[in-house]
Design a protein around this ligand. Structure first.
Ligand code: G
Ligand code: G
Ligand code: NA
Ligand code: MN
Length: 256
């Protein structure tokens, strides 16, 4: 795929940008973090979404360059917020391929040191299907990342085939309920039951539970009443460019 040969150049020439979607604590609605979501504005093809190019970037062995870029951009933001007295964490999506790389934890440690950001303000998100495909293989790198003190999150939870026993054995700190269940829970009792049981399971394992796909007040209030810890979704904000995020944060923090 031709696109991939252009990817390194795209990173260097500013075609690739990181957008950020806020995450708020429940029930306080305080902004506690952002998820970094990559965007590629291609000179010819226009805006490309990650689903259209991340798989090709992974297949071409360039995912390190992508993750490194997103992590650097995110840590620059976290550092700027710290300098203004704000503690806001950044969550970076990982490719499972990073877990095959024994040097990956060293690169994370190096990036945290270079940007002077405490490890607890970096979250690394892995998809449930990615980690659970081969938990034994992922375990050594996950353990080292956990030892660094970064937060490890299992993304899209509920869509894969995780056994609860495996989740308990992994050094993870957070589960993110897949948005399909959160979007459905207002109208579908099955989805509601899944959401409820993930919140309960997560808490019984000592994990922070995050709901993605929170689009209306009813969903947010219902999640808060279940004890879900964090909400993310269009109700709070869509993913925003760096400058729009700063404006959003400004409006939000001066209002409070
Ligand atoms: O907003 P959205 O279309 O950006 O995200 C689509 C998918 O792309 C999500 O599953 C998200 O996890 C993934 N994604 C977004 N940014 C990155 C990234 O920097 N690296 C990886 N590996 N996946 C990403
Ligand atoms: O797979 P992952 O969870 O990393 O991807 C997040 C994706 O979900 C991004 O594409 C993001 O734009 C999208 N998203 C974020 N909030 C909402 C929401 O409230 N509703 C819907 N439908 N999608 C959302
Ligand atoms: Na994600
Ligand atoms: Mn996610």
């Amino acid at each position: 795929f031709q696109l991939v040969t252009q990817f390194r150049h795209a990173l260097e020439s500013g075609q690739v940008k990181v957008h950020y979607q806020p995450k708020v604590a429940l029930p306080s609605r305080q902004v506690i973090g952002v998820e970094a979501l990559v965007r590629w504005r291609h000179p010819e093809f226009g805006r490309l979404d990650p689903d259209e190019f991340v798989p090709a970037v992974e297949a071409a062995g360039l995912v390190d360059a992508l993750t490194g870029f997103v992590m650097d951009q995110s840590l620059i933001r976290v550092r700027k917020w710290l300098d203004r007295g704000l503690r806001i964490a950044a969550a970076v999506n990982l490719s499972v391929r990073s877990l095959d790389d024994p040097h990956f934890p060293d690169r994370v440690a190096e990036a945290l040191a270079r940007h002077d950001v405490p490890p607890e303000l970096l979250t690394l998100e892995l998809t449930e299907s990615g980690v659970m495909a081969d938990p034994q293989r992922a375990l050594p790198v996950l353990r080292r990342l956990h030892t660094l003190g970064v937060t490890l999150a299992v993304d899209d939870f509920g869509t894969g085939y995780s056994s609860l026993a495996y989740l308990r054995q992994l050094p993870v700190d957070e589960v993110k309920i897949d948005k399909s269940f959160v979007l459905g829970m207002g109208t579908d009792l099955g989805d509601l039951a899944v959401v409820r049981s993930i919140v309960e399971l997560g808490h019984s394992l000592g994990l922070t539970v995050v709901a993605e796909g929170v689009e209306d007040d009813a969903a947010r209030d219902q999640l808060a009443s279940m004890g879900c810890d964090v909400a993310q979704g269009y109700l709070i904000s869509r993913p925003l460019s760096e400058s729009r995020l700063e404006a959003w944060l400004q409006a939000r923090t001066t209002q409070a």
